[in-house]
Design a protein around this ligand. Structure first.
Ligand code: HEC
Length: 459
């Protein structure tokens, strides 16, 4: 309990600290999710895989049109507002909506979920590394939703106050109630990782990671389920003017010709538009100008990224399907790119160019940044020199190894084409960087909490 209070206090301090020590608004912000949000939001809503064909599918991967159309469907599935009903402290029933990915697990949620699951499991079972039972998984999901009820009253009062301040919450209010995070994991993904905690937990010795350029086995005995999906979000503080980035053929041509160029080169400032999805967190309004999505619809994942555009129907928005309109006006102005493999050898460029000349002109300009490799990059998430030339999958192949991002982007000898080329056939953490990178990784989360479990008396 003490550590719980400590955790909540430190979250409050982080939130207050953001306001107190930084009179200048920060351009991007993160406020951690918490038990108040979980009490109100629905249980993490599964990602439903959208590709019915095989896990390595040439008809999909050989077609840029099919890849992009799947990309749009995945974008829609991930941001689609889902409806729920919740009861206020006074017993009033309120109907709410949030984009699906905001119901998913943050690392914070995963930590509380895992602690509960470990507490519910016998120590002998944990010491033997046996998987968590399905019943424990089910109970831990419910625990997360009800955790607030087990907490001290002052914390419960935060929810009461929130309802008082928001008698008729909007989509933005509901979406901000849990704070925001950088990464969101679909429930099937977190269940698979934490159920088999021993695999990732025991995969590494201390901070040592396998070498980037030598094959080494995966931490996992099974592929992650097709319903595995992960979102990485860029949140933008609404008090700062927005930077926008043109992605038409001429702009990209210029950008790719500059030897040490980066997205910054194309940045244009404009007032914050109200046609972009945002969340209200406390007194802050955080906008979502960009989001990365990876889904296990294919063995090597499907990689999609979306960015808000001041010119939404040009280039990477010209093939936007009509169903995007059903998502509501806050989601109409995003453009996307999508890739399913390392190399750039789709067979349908000519047909696509006939249908969407604007799009193919822009894609051709982008592909010139790294001839032969596929391309997909987001100005709101890919910072630094050369990162505008990359293709997601290339850099992510090194996840779980000792490769450093700066080297992947800069060291042309070890990582040709800024890491976009295929250099491995084994994937230590199945392309997921946050599985084993840094102190906040899933590996650390498992490792820390397994040690903590050993200090508890047996039930
Ligand atoms: C140069 C390396 C690099 C490139 C290029 C890159 N990423 Fe990542 N990505 C990372 C690293 C490192 C992390 C984990 C740390 C963090 O949060 O930034 C990450 C995190 C993510 C995550 C959260 C899950 C995870 O792996 O930790 C998603 C989703 C993601 N990236 C998608 C994409 C997409 C989509 C693209 C292409 C548009 C892309 N990435 C391009 C390095 C890269």
């Amino acid at each position: 309990m003490i550590s719980k209070i400590h955790q909540i206090l430190s979250l409050l301090l982080i939130t207050l600290g953001l306001q107190a020590c930084n009179p200048e608004p920060l351009p991007t912000s993160i406020v951690e999710s918490d038990a108040v949000g979980r009490r109100v939001l629905p249980l993490p809503d599964p990602y439903s895989p959208l590709w019915a064909g095989p896990a390595v599918d040439e008809t999909l991967q050989g077609s840029m049109e099919a890849t992009r159309q799947l990309g749009w469907k995945i974008f829609a599935e991930v941001v689609e507002p889902i409806s729920f009903v919740t009861r206020t402290n006074e017993g009033r029933m309120l109907r709410g909506q949030v984009p699906r990915f905001l119901t998913w697990f943050t690392a914070e949620d995963a930590q509380r979920w895992f602690r509960y699951a470990l507490q519910q499991s016998r120590l002998s079972m944990i010491e033997a590394g046996q998987p968590l039972t399905d019943a424990t998984i089910h109970d831990a999901d419910l625990f997360l939703a009800r955790e607030l009820d087990t907490m001290p009253e002052p914390l419960q009062n935060r929810l009461k106050t929130w309802f008082e301040q928001h008698p008729e919450p909007t989509l933005q209010d509901w979406s901000g109630i849990g704070g925001t995070s950088r990464i969101y994991y679909s429930p099937d993904m977190i269940h698979a990782v934490l159920q088999n905690y021993a695999e990732l937990g025991k995969c590494f010795e201390g901070l040592k990671r396998p070498s980037a350029l030598e094959e080494s086995s995966s931490c996992f005995t099974r592929e992650w389920p097709r319903a595995a999906a992960i979102v990485k979000a860029a949140w933008w503080n609404g008090k700062s003017p927005l930077k926008t980035y043109p992605t038409d053929a001429a702009s990209l041509q210029k950008l790719m010709q500059t030897p040490d160029g980066s997205w910054t080169q194309l940045a244009q400032e404009q007032a914050m538009p109200d046609s972009m999805f945002s969340v209200n967190v406390g007194s802050a309004q955080l906008f979502l100008p960009g989001l990365h999505i990876m889904t296990k619809d294919q063995k090597d994942w499907v990689w999609i990224t979306a960015w808000w555009s001041a010119d939404p129907d040009g280039d990477f928005g010209s093939d936007r399907p009509d169903f995007i309109k059903d998502l509501g006006p806050l989601f109409h102005r995003y453009k996307i790119c999508a890739v399913t493999r390392f190399q750039d050898d789709a067979a349908d460029w000519d047909e696509l160019a006939q249908k969407y000349p604007d799009l193919v002109a822009a894609l051709n300009a982008a592909r010139n940044g790294n001839p032969g490799a596929s391309w997909c990059s987001n100005p709101y998430l890919e910072f630094g020199a050369h990162n505008q030339r990359t293709n997601c999958i290339g850099c992510h192949q090194f996840a779980g190894t000792d490769a450093r991002q700066e080297n992947i982007l800069q060291d042309a000898i070890q990582f040709p084409q800024h890491g976009s080329r295929r250099q491995r056939s084994t994937f230590v953490t199945d392309y997921v960087w946050s599985a084993a990178l840094g102190g906040q990784s899933l590996h650390q989360l498992i490792y820390r909490n397994l040690n903590w479990r050993k200090t508890l008396p047996e039930k």
